[in-house]
Design a protein around this ligand. Structure first.
Ligand SMILES: [Zn+2]
Ligand SMILES: [Zn+2]
Length: 664
């Protein structure tokens, strides 16, 4: 008796058997409609089996085999199996999460508008060069270009403005000329219309599929199908694009590989970067990880000789230099409304010269705390362990963790004092201060409150690029990928909060953020300057930043991590849980820690509540499992995740996060 073993999107880690219909034979990789309970579902055939553990009388036949999309290829199924096993999720959920919603539905696929015939392989490879590569770029192109035949991981370590994209484009041109497909992954906020336009300009005849989660269903489905049919020569997308079948995949690029948005934070908690490396291995093609500030994991892989490191140490525009980085000592310089005198003077000088300034503060809203100085009350979120952020423009208090909002109270709810104080500052308050200091300046604020939509952000940034602003105020949204020719000054206001964080990754992230945001300045002939306000001007991180010495910084961080026993010297997984009562969460985690004896070389830590213990009304805690051996950790996780479901109370929400990066 022959059966189809199918992966279905149900929350159990098993495959489901169905009888083969000889009139409509199916093979692994086919999507099939099958009866499941009272409904029909779309499953993916994973294997063909002889016999079944299910009694023959209870086996149901497949309803129909879908042929509206190409059969999912073997290497794609292999990738899905790997991800499901590595991240400890059911294969059915993994497969379903990788397919666009329409391919999981029993409804027919949307019809597409008429389109030109698909180009043949190798067609559409015309490359329009915008400029000649400099010698460092040329060396990188030659080194990687000589290795197109098999798997090899490259770190392209290029300072901000060094022209990494030009290297990607020229490598892609070679791959397209050979009939291959290129996959280019960028961070969530890196996928801008400007980047897409640059690719379309460089490859005017190529078919480019753009994939990200904000696309409408039909557009995402068509882009996915173009890629899966091998018709799209370039796939440009955020992390989910790594889950697309690409029959002729010949080059993978991960731009800004250090970016935290490559890690999915729900369901299959995969790292898009790590999945991309695995994908390149399966396709036996090179992968290029590009960044000015590599993740310490990637740097470690270079030091260990697993990845080849190529360096672009100079800016690509002739004459453009890296900015001068200086600290402004807040212990000796008084700051008025959060801005120290050297900072306001530097902005004034730029205004006089008609140049642009950027004021960076990684906190949106008006002020992070509204407090009563008479009794010590501070506005807190009823559902989270956090303060409510004051948003002055729409007169609201808003929780940045759960989204709850309420009007600003007229008086202290505890003592009745009407003189409530806004403590600290966010982007809105800084904007207000700058407007008072420089009434004639055109000030543009860019954060998630001022720019909710991708297109709006792009429009604002374009305006800034055309010189329609004198001072930019903004958050992380401003840090990446934008080129503002007239920007010569970057002021960083609150770096110290990250410096004092307990998260062992905070120094790495702060260095990356400051290097990125500082890198926005001086990208043309005028030199750039970065001023960092801090109470710790002698901190080694600032000294490394001022020397543009990523390598020195990375080596000192790695030395610290090695002695403290942190990644990348150990591998980790976190078991996180949340429920109404912290007691029950801790009890579940304590029981989970004792569920299996820890094997040799695997360490199970005691559970601890999250720093923000309550979020959206649920109490949260986690426990960490560590091992210096990845196989030992994986072995343990496999057995553990099989045993955990039976031990969890019905009301407990929990998940495993393998290689976690967030610990809030
Ligand atoms: Zn009070
Ligand atoms: Zn809240």
């Amino acid at each position: 008796m022959r059966v189809l073993r199918t992966a279905l999107d149900v929350p159990v880690a098993k495959l489901f058997d169905y009888l083969i219909d000889d009139a409509a034979p199916a093979a692994p990789g086919d999507r099939v409609v099958v009866p499941f309970g009272a409904r029909q579902r779309v499953g993916v055939v994973v294997e063909i089996g002889d016999g079944s553990a299910v009694a023959a009388a209870r086996l149901k036949p497949v309803a129909r085999v879908l042929d509206d999309a190409p059969r999912l290829p073997a290497d794609w199924l292999e990738q899905m199996r790997f991800l499901a096993a590595y991240y400890q999720r059911p294969l059915g959920e993994t497969v379903a999460g990788a397919l666009p919603p329409r391919l999981r539905s029993v409804k027919p696929l949307p019809r597409r508008r008429e389109q030109a015939a698909a180009p043949g392989r190798g067609a559409g490879a015309r490359f329009v060069a915008s400029h000649q590569p400099n010698s460092a770029q040329a060396t990188a192109i030659e080194r990687i270009g000589a290795a197109l035949e098999g798997f090899q991981a490259f770190l392209l370590h290029g300072v901000t403005g060094s022209g990494k994209t030009e290297v990607y484009l020229r490598l892609i041109a070679r791959v397209l000329a050979r009939g291959g497909q290129a996959l280019v992954l960028v961070p969530e906020i890196g996928l801008t219309p400007q980047l897409e336009a640059r690719f379309r300009h460089a490859f005017p005849d190529a078919r480019i599929a753009v994939l990200h989660s904000a696309l409408e269903d039909a557009a995402r489905t068509h882009a996915w199908l173009d890629a899966a049919r091998g018709e799209a020569q370039i796939v440009l997308g955020t992390r989910l694009a790594v889950l697309t079948p690409l029959p002729h995949l010949a080059l993978v690029v991960v731009d800004e590989e250090h970016d935290a948005s490559f890690k999915q934070q729900e369901g299959l908690r995969y790292s898009g970067r790590d999945a991309a490396v695995q994908r390149a291995k399966l396709a036996d093609c090179p992968i290029v990880l590009g960044t000015a500030t590599p993740s310490l994991e990637t740097w470690f892989n270079c030091s260990a000789g697993r990845y080849a490191c190529l360096t672009l140490a100079e800016r690509a525009v002739p004459g453009a230099r890296l900015p001068v980085v200086r600290t402004v000592d807040l212990r000796t310089e008084s700051a008025e409304h959060g801005l120290a005198k050297p900072v306001t003077e530097a902005i004034r000088a730029r205004l006089a010269r008609g140049e642009q300034s950027l004021v960076f503060i990684n906190r949106r809203g008006y002020a992070p705390v509204l407090a009563c100085e008479a009794c010590g009350w501070a506005a807190g979120c009823a559902r989270c362990t956090s303060h409510l952020v004051l948003h002055a423009a729409d007169r609201k208090l808003r929780c940045h963790h759960c989204g709850a909002e309420q009007p600003i109270p007229g008086a202290c709810p505890t003592c009745g004092n009407v003189d409530l104080r806004a403590l600290g500052r966010g982007t809105q308050r800084v904007e207000e201060t700058l407007a008072a200091l420089f009434p004639a300046a055109r000030i543009v604020r860019i954060d998630r409150d001022s720019t909710r939509r991708r297109a709006e952000l792009a429009r604002k940034l374009e305006g800034v690029g055309r010189g329609e602003a004198d001072i930019l105020v903004g958050t992380q949204l401003l840090a990446k990928g934008h080129d503002f020719p007239d920007l010569t000054l970057v002021c960083v206001l609150n770096a110290d909060s990250a410096l004092l964080s307990t998260d062992f990754r905070s120094a790495e992230r702060l260095f990356a953020t400051l290097a990125q945001v500082g890198g926005r300045s001086g990208r043309r002939e005028q030199p750039g300057e970065v001023l960092v306000q801090t109470r710790y001007p002698g901190h080694p991180m600032f000294e490394a930043l001022a020397r543009h010495d990523y390598a020195g910084f990375a080596e000192s961080q790695l030395a610290e991590r090695r002695s403290a026993g942190f990644p990348p010297y150990v591998h980790e997984a976190a078991l996180r849980a949340e429920a109404k009562k912290l007691d029950s969460v801790m009890a579940f985690l304590r029981a989970a820690a004792r569920l299996l004896p820890a094997p040799a070389g695997v360490r199970i830590y005691d559970p601890v509540p999250h720093v923000i213990t309550r979020r959206a009304g649920l109490e949260r805690a986690q426990l960490l499992v560590q091992s210096a051996s990845r196989p030992a950790l994986q072995d343990f996780l496999r057995q553990w995740s099989a045993a955990l479901p039976a031990s969890a109370p019905k009301t407990m929400r929990w998940h495993l996060d393998v290689d976690p990066i967030e610990f809030d």
